[in-house]
Design a protein around this ligand. Structure first.
Ligand code: SF4
Length: 252
């Protein structure tokens, strides 16, 4: 059993496959909360800070999440969606942290079916879950967008950086790239040092940097600094197309 918070057909807005028509499955639950990203919401009347997908992170929203207990039911639904779309789109499995469910039988059956269809699958992950690629070989056929959290996430270092988990995904995944979410302040202080420390064990890592921003306003505040930072250090700039176009994250 796993939780889905939403599913929808849209265009990937971030990272290497930005601009690609994609079908999104967003799972519920995360092992981090990232208060440093500053998205405001309320839990039982108390002001909280989280990331732009706090509704898929904080279990206080779980009554709104869909419990997926029957893989075949979801597979039938996806087949109908793909028929309506007219082709097999790129799949983005995101969250929350989708890989918290990587061993779940229902989740793994759905991923295996997608792999069998020859569909390109990208996991958007915080890179903290160590996958057993031998026991769950379908993950060897998937792409990992490694959105490793830096100090601006507000999370403790030992919670957000799991070198072994990152190493396994880079080594055994079909493809992987790093996608760091940074802001103006981090660019001016420790961004380069933090990114270099995480990526230096790897040969020619593909690195994207993306401005912090759960709204157009916060993206506008950070984008030029991140843009210049990428030019200075030969990193790829990633925008957040969905927020730039729709000014929200949910359902687009
Ligand atoms: S790891 Fe990602 S989904 Fe989880 S709280 Fe942090 S930014 Fe949000």
């Amino acid at each position: 059993m796993f939780y889905l918070t939403e599913q929808f057909f849209s265009i990937q807005g971030e990272g290497k496959y930005a601009g690609t028509p994609s079908y999104f499955l967003r799972t519920g639950g995360c092992n981090l909360s990232c208060p440093g990203f500053g998205a405001k919401y309320q839990r039982e009347g108390v002001d909280m800070l989280g990331c732009d997908t706090y509704f898929a992170v904080d279990s206080c929203f779980s009554s709104q999440w869909e419990k997926v207990e029957d893989a075949e039911e979801l597979i039938d639904h996806l087949s109908e969606q793909f028929d309506a779309i007219g082709y097999l789109p790129h799949m983005v499995i995101t969250g929350g942290e989708p890989l918290l469910y990587y061993k779940d039988a229902v989740f793994y059956r759905v991923i295996s079916w997608l792999v069998e269809q020859g569909i390109l699958i990208t996991f958007e992950t915080n890179g903290t879950v160590e996958i057993d690629f031998d026991a769950y070989p379908a993950y060897q056929e998937t792409v990992f967008s490694l959105s490793i959290k830096l100090s601006n996430s507000g999370e403790l270092l030992h919670k957000r950086i799991k070198p072994q988990a990152i190493e396994q995904m880079v080594r055994y995944g079909k493809e992987s790239f790093f996608k760091f979410t940074i802001n103006k302040q981090l660019v001016e202080t420790t961004a380069l040092k933090e990114i270099t420390t995480i990526t230096q064990p790897f040969d020619h890592p593909t690195i994207y940097c993306m401005p912090v921003g759960e709204s157009r306003e916060t993206i506008w505040y950070n984008d030029q600094a991140v843009f210049a930072f990428c030019m200075r250090h030969n990193f790829n700039y990633s925008d957040r197309l969905h927020i730039r176009v729709f000014d929200t994250t949910q359902g687009v």
